[in-house]
Write a protein that binds this ligand. Structure first.
Ligand SMILES: Cc1cc2nc3c(=O)[nH]c(=O)nc-3n(C[C@H](O)[C@H](O)[C@H](O)COP(=O)(O)OP(=O)(O)OC[C@H]3O[C@@H](n4cnc5c(N)ncnc54)[C@H](O)[C@@H]3O)c2cc1C
Length: 446
């Protein structure tokens, strides 16, 4: 084959290595069903309709939907499926964005706004539908999400949000202090609301189930195959080269690399802040934890630097929240989350923590997920701002429709230009300043 590259997008010398974030011994890694075999790419040259880079929810959802429409698909991950945030998250399936539905309509206009709201609202159905259709063994529960607040002012704001969703047919419950205490198992909150669309899963098990479902449709999935270079070949193909020097020729390429985006497409990593989120999990609490989220709901606080919590299938209590930019070095880096557990559930007394782990989310400047098509045959979906289970599954499906020849105007999310954040080199500083500012506002109750 002649390699007449007309444009070289990235070369191995210019590509930063994928972040060497430790694959922490997470609760999910310890309790997920075994990973299906995904050997490193071994063929010197592979030809496929679509190459997907990144085997998280974005890439796997896209691969699955493309394979269903008859395309040949090859998925490569630098590490393994679920090594990124998709295998490390809190497992809360929340069909929401940062913006309330009325705000989305104001920002995007009546018609596009309603389409976007509808797609977001149905995104949890998409996840649970895939789980059911493909028989994915990932402990799915759909008991709703509790958003809870410490002040009456915060609760009033949440109730207004709940009413907006209720007007659009969503099952919500407005909760006062007593009802919130009964649902969460703590009197710490002034109130909250329940979003009946939401639920919980074992997130790494969901990844592995998506891999199995995709493989059953003929998708090739390869671990330990970092893509180091992408070159345009002629007018209708791209050629990707892996760290091992193997090459893949594809008509379409999807980058689904979110918080682990490297320099493969030079400007893409600069469109997001790759912030850390940390989680701790106790030992199974047994009867001592029976009063905590007895209905199987998930929960998060309404602060800007929110805490998110749930129980797993074995009754462990999980608490997640902000982490500093640097990767965690030891148990001390998680002390703020263990303090939050003690404050929220003082009756539990001293606790043993079995797992502490972290991962990277991708924060965008406008707090919206982004879909890009910066060149013919290149699609990118990322920037879920910490809400990626439902949203990345949805954008993976949208990216698949686009790559299958769909019209960008038919997408629920706008297809936007790649716009780097100014002075992105200061992202560590941006994140530290954002955390300090948000924690001040949270303390002031603003
Ligand atoms: C601690 C934590 C808690 C979270 N909690 C929740 C939650 O409860 N609910 C929720 O909805 N969302 C949550 N999120 C967010 C959610 O996990 C992410 O938004 C989602 O997993 C993103 O999926 P993805 O497929 O886009 O990216 P990822 O799952 O991060 O996958 C990206 C993959 O790209 C690969 N990659 C990168 N560069 C290359 C390359 N050059 N070649 C090959 N492969 C490459 C990486 O190895 C990685 O596996 C949380 C995230 C974290 C970190």
């Amino acid at each position: 084959m002649t390699m007449s590259a007309t444009a070289s997008i990235a070369s191995s010398s210019s590509v930063r290595p994928v972040l060497s974030h430790p694959s922490a011994p997470s609760l999910w890694a310890a309790t997920a069903p075994a990973a299906p075999p995904t050997p490193p790419l071994a063929a010197p040259l592979t030809t496929t309709d679509v190459l997907v880079i990144g085997a998280g929810y974005t890439g796997l959802s896209a691969a699955l939907h493309l394979a269903e429409s008859g395309a040949s698909v090859c998925v490569l991950d630098a590490h393994a499926p679920g090594w990124g945030a998709s295998g490390r998250n809190g497992g809360q399936v929340n069909p929401t964005l940062k913006y309330d539905p009325d705000e989305l309509q104001r920002i995007h206009g009546a018609a596009r706004g309603e389409r976007l709201i509808d797609a977001v609202s149905r995104s949890a159905d998409l996840v649970y539908g895939l789980i059911e259709r493909h028989g994915i063994d990932c402990a799915p529960v759909r008991a709703g999400w509790l958003q809870v607040g410490y002040t009456q002012q915060a609760v009033d704001g949440m109730h207004a949000r709940a009413r907006q969703w209720e007007r659009r047919g969503v099952r919500v419950e407005l909760l006062d202090r007593a009802a919130t205490a009964a649902r969460t198992g703590t009197p710490a909150f002034a109130g909250g609301w329940l979003d009946g669309r939401a639920g919980a899963i074992q997130p790494l098990a969901y990844v592995r189930g998506l891999v199995r479902a995709a493989q059953a449709l003929g998708v090739q999935v390869h671990s330990e195959s970092p893509v180091l270079a992408l070159e345009r070949q002629g007018t209708d193909h791209w050629v990707a080269t892996t760290a091992q020097g193997h090459r893949i020729q594809a008509r379409q390429v999807l980058l689904g690399t979110n918080g682990y985006t490297d320099g493969l497409w030079p400007s893409l990593a600069r469109t997001v802040l790759a912030a850390n989120s940390f989680i701790v999990a106790t030992q199974p609490l047994g009867k001592a934890g029976a009063h905590i989220l007895p209905g199987g709901e998930t929960g998060s606080t309404s602060q800007r630097l929110l805490l998110y919590f749930r129980k797993d299938a074995q009754g462990r209590l999980l608490m997640g929240g902000r982490g500093h930019f640097a990767d965690p070095q030891g148990a001390g880096d998680y002390a703020h989350l263990e303090r939050a557990v003690a404050l929220m559930f003082p009756g539990l007394g001293p606790l043993q923590y079995e797992y502490r782990w972290a991962g990277r989310i991708a924060v965008t400047r406008d707090f919206m997920p982004h879909l890009h098509q910066p060149a013919p045959g290149i699609t990118m979906a990322l920037g879920y701002n910490g809400r990626g289970i439902a949203m990345a599954t949805l954008l993976g499906r949208e990216a698949a429709a686009l790559m299958a020849g769909g019209n960008a105007l038919a997408c629920s999310f706008p297809v936007t230009p790649v716009q780097p954040i100014p002075l992105h080199g200061l992202q560590r500083l941006y994140i530290a300043a954002g955390v300090a500012w948000y924690s001040l506002l949270d303390r002031l109750g603003a």
